[in-house]
Design a protein around this ligand. Structure first.
Ligand code: HEM
Length: 181
């Protein structure tokens, strides 16, 4: 079977339009909008932050699964746009929303961060992901040399491992969880 190019699958155009068309085509946008609107009246600020935190994690880590294929098909401009305008800002937002959840005033679960090891560790994991994204993946995106291919593969692989570690910490929350009084 002949592999379809990005243009054939999502239509030609600017990288930002390609991304939106791909998301729309996959049914992601039509599924998320009613989910967010439906949950709003029932939720506390903490739950809304939690929803946005998980969405930010999907946006920050999800597109990396496409990078090797995009690089093989020569879609370096689209990849550069996705990385700098979508993935990187989502990664920053992920931390902002996580900190918001930890500190939300009047929330049921306001954490004492200094005494909550899984949260401190998750900030370290996030910082490593940020460094890999900026120093390893970003320079390798528009370079088609073999060395750059290797760097991109390493960056994507390390980020996937960091994602696993972060998810484990978020869900199992190892060590004590100390709440603010
Ligand atoms: C690095 C990548 C990260 C990923 C993939 C991630 C993902 C998640 C997920 C899936 C949850 C829901 C867990 C559950 O409810 O069982 C969660 C919760 C949470 N995350 Fe993150 N997160 C990340 C980084 C961070 C960072 C840097 C912070 C900053 C402190 C943070 C703070 C929180 C807090 C406070 C919760 C709520 C935990 C609870 O009360 O159950 N996260 N995160």
């Amino acid at each position: 079977m002949v592999a379809q190019s990005i243009d054939e699958r999502c239509g030609p155009g600017r990288p930002d339009r390609i991304l939106w068309r791909c998301l729309g085509a996959a049914g992601i946008v039509p599924a998320i909008v009613p989910a967010v609107l439906g949950i709003l009246p029932l939720s506390t600020g903490y739950q809304i932050l939690g929803l946005l935190h998980i969405l930010a994690a999907i946006c920050a880590f999800g597109p990396l699964f496409l990078y090797p294929k995009l690089q093989r098909s020569g879609e370096t401009q689209a990849m550069a746009w996705i990385h700098m305008r979508f993935v990187f800002p989502s990664l920053v937002l992920l931390w902002v929303l996580g900190m918001g959840m930890a500190a939300v005033p009047g929330g049921e679960q306001s954490y004492d961060m200094a005494n909550t090891p899984w949260m401190t560790a998750s900030i370290v994991v996030w910082l490593v992901a940020l460094a890999v994204s900026w120093f390893l993946i970003r320079p390798a995106i528009i370079d088609t040399s073999d060395a750059a291919r290797g760097k991109l593969a390493a960056g994507v692989g390390i980020t996937h491992l960091l994602l696993l570690v972060a998810l484990w910490m978020m869900i199992f929350q190892p060590g004590d969880t100390v709440f603010k009084l």
